[in-house]
Design a protein around this ligand. Structure first.
Ligand code: SAH
Length: 344
C-alpha cells in the first residue's frame, strides 16, 4: 500500500495526524515548519521530533516531492522543469522571472481531456488527475532549485490540465498553499485558469479562497468558440460570462480573459469590437497570447501589426489589454506547448 503523502494535508490535518499517533498537536505544526519553512522532506531529519514519533510517522507517511528529471533553461530566463511523480507519471512546471516577480506555472493533471484545437497538451488526452500533494509538491520542487535569496512570488494554475476538472485536488492545494501554517502565499498572488467550466466556477465562487480567476475565452462568437474549444458546446459564452459577472472579485482585482490570437480565425477588428461588447460590466483585463506554434497544429500566429491593431481597439475602449509574449518558446514551455512524450 502506498503511504500517506504529508503534502496532501493541511497544517491542521498534520496536527490531527500527530495526535492520532500519540503526540501533542503542536508536533503537527513542527512538521509543517520542516516541510514548508525549511524545505525538509526527510522525516528522519526532523530533529526536534522525538525519535519514536519520527519512526511511527515514517512508517505511515512520506513527504513525496516530485523528482526533477530535467531542467531546461530558456534564453528568456524562464526554465522548464520536468518532474516525475511517484507512479512514474511526468508533469511539467515552468519558472518565469519577470522584473521583480518570479512566477511558477503548475500543472493539475497529467495531460488534458478538453482537446482545445490549438493546444498541444490537448493532443495527449487525459491520463490522470494530480493529487493536491502533487500540485503542492511542484512548488516545493521548484523552490528547491532557486539560488539563495530568490523566492517564488506568484503561482499560476496554467500548466498541463484543467484545474477545475480536478476540482477537489485543486481547491485543497490552494488551501495548503495559502495556509499561514503552510506556504502562506497571498491568494492575490495565485491565479487559477479555466477553459470555462461554469458549474465549477460557481462552486469556486463559494469557497472563499480569494484567488484570482482567469478564463480562456479565445473567441467572441459561439460558432468560433465551438470550433476551437469543444467545451463551449456544454457551456456557451453567454452562460460563462454570466458566471464571471457573479464571481466575487476582490477590490483592485480583475478577472483575466486569455485570448489566443490565431491568424484569420479570431484576430480581426470585428472580433476585438465584439470582445469589448461581451465584457461590458465585468471587471476584466485581457491577456492576448499570440499563438505559439507547434508542428501539425494547423494554426498560425498573426502578423505583428494585426496583433497590435487588435490590442489598440481594446485599449481605445478603456479595456486593459496586454500582449503576453510567451516565455520559454524555445524550450517548448510556452502556453499550450507542454507535452511529455511517453518513452517506451
Ligand atoms: N486548462 C486551463 C489551464 C491551461 S492555461 C485553461 O485552459 O485555462 C494555458 C493557456 O494557454 C490557456 O489559455 C490555453 O488556451 C492557452 N494556450 C493553449 N495552447 C496555446 C498555444 N499553442 N498558443 C498560445 N496559447 C495557448
Amino acid at each position: 500500500m502506498s503511504r500517506l503523502n504529508l503534502l496532501d494535508l493541511l497544517p491542521s490535518e498534520l496536527e490531527d495526524l500527530a495526535e492520532s499517533i500519540g503526540g501533542p498537536r503542536y508536533r503537527g505544526r513542527q512538521i509543517a515548519g520542516w516541510i514548508y519553512g525549511k524545505g525538509v522532506a526527510d522525516i528522519e531529519a526532523m530533529s526536534d521530533l522525538p525519535r519514536e514519533f519520527r519512526a511511527t510517522l515514517a512508517g505511515r507517511a512520506t513527504v513525496a516531492v516530485p523528482e526533477i528529471e530535467r531542467r531546461t533553461p530558456s534564453q528568456d530566463g524562464s526554465q522548464k522543469l520536468v518532474l516525475v511523480c511517484e507512479d512514474g507519471a511526468r508533469i511539467q512546471s515552468v519558472l518565469m522571472p519577470d522584473a521583480d516577480r518570479l512566477t511558477l506555472c503548475v500543472s493539475t493533471q497529467v495531460g488534458c481531456g478538453f482537446s482545445c484545437a490549438f493546444c498541444l497538451t490537448g493532443t495527449m488526452g487525459l491520463e490522470r488527475n494530480l493529487t493536491a500533494g502533487e500540485i503542492v509538491g511542484q512548488v516545493l520542487a521548484a523552490r528547491a532549485t532557486l539560488p539563495a535569496g530568490a523566492r517564488i512570488t506568484h503561482i499560476v494554475y496554467m500548466g498541463m490540465g484543467e484545474p477545475l476538472a480536478n476540482y477537489a485536488a485543486t481547491v485543497k492545494s490552494l488551501r495548503i498553499l495559502t495556509d499561514p501554517g503552510g506556504l502562506a502565499f497571498s491568494p492575490r498572488r495565485i491565479t487559477v485558469s479555466t477553459v470555462g467550466l461554469v458549474s465549477a466556477i460557481e462552486r469556486l465562487a463559494r469557497e472563499d479562497l480569494k484567488v484570482n480567476l482567469a478564463i480562456s475565452l479565445h473567441a467572441t462568437s459561439n460558432e468560433i468558440r465551438d470550433r476551437l474549444m469543444p467545451v463551449n458546446k456544454g457551456f456557451a459564452i453567454e452562460e460563462l460570462l454570466e458566471a464571471c459577472r457573479r464571481f466575487p472579485v476582490a477590490v483592485r482585482q480583475r478577472i483575466t480573459f486569455e485570448y489566443v490570437l490565431l491568424k484569420g480565425v479570431n484576430d480581426g477588428p470585428e472580433d476585438a469590437r465584439r470582445l469589448v461588447r461581451l465584457l461590458k460590466g465585468i471587471r476584466a483585463k485581457i491577456n492576448l497570447i499570440p499563438f505559439n506554434d507547434w508542428e501539425g497544429s494547423g494554426f498560425q500566429r498573426p502578423a505583428l501589426h494585426r496583433i497590435l491593431a487588435f490590442q489598440e481597439i481594446l485599449l481605445e475602449h478603456g479595456i486593459r489589454a496586454t500582449i503576453r509574449w510567451s516565455k520559454g518558446e524555445d524550450i517548448g514551455a510556452a502556453c499550450g506547448q507542454l507535452k511529455e512524450t511517453v518513452e517506451v
